[in-house]
Design a protein around this ligand. Structure first.
Ligand code: EPU
Length: 338
């Protein structure tokens, strides 16, 4: 374990924002993490944990300690005729875990193919795509308290999962470092193709027999066609969450905008597609200096080259303002701001 000084974070965030961290340390095990936590620098400085850096926007230099999580390893804990419990280090690339499960023909996370980021971020924001969320396969996780080093196990209920949300974004925000995540994968997968785009893609591909592999391939094709590759154009996926409105508000909006993209929630409210709202405000594909809203998915803000975090933040604020003005709806940021 080595603490470094004045390190550029450009290659550690998928927006590619060039800010500097006062201190930076990579950890590869829980023991190294414990050692780091008891160091003087960790005790005195503010701390931020970075995984894949795919859901963060740096708007200024980080005047503290960045803990870069590199805790790897995928291990089978338990197995019977129906399920397999797999424990993954939180510093594994999420898609590598998906590929591992597909290679073993295990079901549960194939719809979550190609989501950027590390395994540890999965439960924090309850990652989801194409009708599936990590909470659907979640068994438990282990985490270490960032100040006192206490090691704790969190079960399903402890995590308080919700849409792109968990206890780790609320009561316990920035308090625990997730070190491993255990998922329950299925040996007799039940495929979820409820999300329209998957059915359409499978048809285009001429697939008749569903498997975890074919679904994953379809999801990868959809994502690649719509979402910019951060290795080519800096971005952090959806910048905003899809907002929830009441039925009354929805009816009112629908009477003016009959094509409004939305779906009903179990709680009686309606979720609106933020991408649609942003597009209607004229932002889709618009380039503003070094930034913009992506041409194929308005919800994704991009860095065309040398954008600063402040520039992207300011674009986001303008977009929020115009959606509020046109539709009377607040869209919340999904990406963390530092
Ligand atoms: N839409 C538009 N214009 C746009 C974008 C979308 O009209 O520019 C419309 C689409 O036509 C569709 C609806 O909005 O009717 C939904 O679009 P899409 O299927 O692309 O999904 P989304 O709601 O925009 C969410 C997640 C994505 C996830 C997809 C697929 C959030 C904030 N985003 O996007 O997650 O991949 O569903 O499940 O929930 C991420 O979190 O980083 C992310 C990419």
């Amino acid at each position: 374990m080595k603490i470094q000084n004045n390190i550029s974070l450009k290659s550690f965030n998928t927006f590619g924002i060039d800010v500097t961290a006062k201190y930076f340390c990579e950890i590869t095990s829980v023991d190294e993490l414990q050692e780091l936590i008891s160091s003087e620098i960790a005790r005195n400085e503010k701390k931020l944990v970075l995984g894949g850096g795919s859901n963060i926007l740096f708007t200024k230099d980080f005047e503290g300690l960045i803990i870069k999580n590199n805790i790897r390893g995928i291990e089978v804990l338990e197995e019977n005729d129906d399920i397999l419990l797999v424990k993954s280090g939180s510093g594994e690339v999420w898609h590598n875990l998906v590929l591992w499960s597909i290679s073993k023909n295990l079901g549960g996370i194939e719809n979550l193919s190609l989501i950027p980021g590390y395994v540890g971020a999965g439960p924090i924001q309850n990652i989801g795509a194409y009708g599936v969320e990590i909470k659907n396969v979640f068994e438990n996780l282990e985490a270490t308290h960032i100040d006192i080093g206490e090691i704790r196990q969190f079960n399903f209920n402890d995590c308080k999962f919700d849409y792109r949300d968990s206890v780790f974004k609320n009561e316990l925000k920035s308090q625990y470092i997730i070190t491993s995540v255990t998922l329950r994968l299925n040996k007799h997968p039940l495929f979820n193709t409820s999300y329209g785009a998957i059915e359409t893609e499978l048809e285009k591909m001429g697939i008749r027999k569903l498997s975890v592999k074919t679904i994953s391939d379809a999801v990868i094709r959809i994502r690649k066609s719509k979402l910019p590759d951060p290795a080519v154009i800096g971005n952090a996926g959806s910048f905003f969450k899809n907002p929830e409105v009441t039925k009354e508000k929805f009816s009112q909006l629908q009477s003016s905008y009959d094509k409004i993209a939305a779906y009903n929630l179990q709680n009686g409210n309606v979720k609106l597609a933020a991408g649609w709202l942003i597009e209607q405000c004229g932002w889709k594909g618009k380039v503003v200096g070094n930034t913009g809203s992506h041409k194929d998915q308005a919800l994704v803000l991009v860095n065309y080259g040398n954008a600063t975090g402040e520039e992207i933040f300011s674009l986001a604020t303008d977009i929020q303002g115009s959606v509020k003005e046109k539709f009377g709806v607040e869209i919340e940021k999904e990406v963390n701001i530092a």
